[in-house]
Design a binder for this molecule. Structure first.
Ligand SMILES: [Zn+2]
Length: 207
């Protein structure tokens, strides 16, 4: 596994690529497995909850996501894992059902670090996708963070960026100068000042 460079919206050449539509995966081969492995490593290294192949410059319909686990503080101050992080590797994901409702949800993107805004997203969505071996699956996402992340990543596959989905620009926030841990995106490791992962604000998806 290796980390790959994440394309940045603020770099004109990168943006052109991010705006292109990705094509469906047709061969479920070693190259695909390597791409997806690298995407998982890149997403984790960047503390993101989601990453799409076009963000690493590959215009193929593949997405990785990792939902944070849940932790509880014990009396001795250590953190106990109540729910493990959940990793998803989706190939050719497609929305098959989406609720009519839209909720403003705080969102960010690894291709625009430190900037967050409310984006209207459906809190529930059902998708079908293939795994890296080509087997078809169906997933009903009822966790709003997961549903939000799926919509953000599928948008990437269509060349749509979250900045284009912002309806209320007054919600746009620049957190680049603030300490990184205030935007904690991944499950706390024991030595971290955890807990922040449980704050609703810290649940803003960064994909
Ligand atoms: Zn993104």
């Amino acid at each position: 596994m290796a980390t790959r460079r994440i394309l940045q919206m603020e770099q004109p050449d990168d943006l052109l690529r991010l705006k292109r539509k990705s094509s469906r995966v047709t061969s479920f081969d070693v190259e695909l497995a390597r791409l997806v492995d690298d995407m998982v490593e890149t997403m984790r290294a960047a503390d993101g909850v989601g990453l799409s192949a076009p963000q690493v410059g590959v215009l193929r319909r593949a997405v990785t996501m990792e939902m944070p686990g849940e932790y509880e503080e014990r009396e001795d101050g250590a953190f106990e894992e109540i729910k493990p992080p959940e990793l998803f590797m989706l190939v050719n994901p497609e929305i098959v059902k989406i609720v009519d409702e839209r909720q403003p949800m705080l969102e960010g993107c690894l291709s625009l670090p430190g900037r967050y805004a409310d984006v209207p997203r459906a809190p529930q969505v059902t998708i079908k996708y293939r795994d890296v071996r080509g087997k078809e699956h169906r997933l009903r996402a009822t966790d709003p963070l997961l549903a939000q992340c799926i919509q953000h990543e599928i948008d990437h596959l269509d060349g749509v960026l979250f900045t284009e989905r912002i309806e209320d620009l007054t919600t746009l926030r620049d957190e680049r100068r603030k300490p990184k841990r205030s935007r904690f995106r991944r499950p706390p490791r024991e030595q971290d000042a955890a807990g922040e992962a449980m704050l609703p604000e810290a649940r803003a998806a960064t994909g």
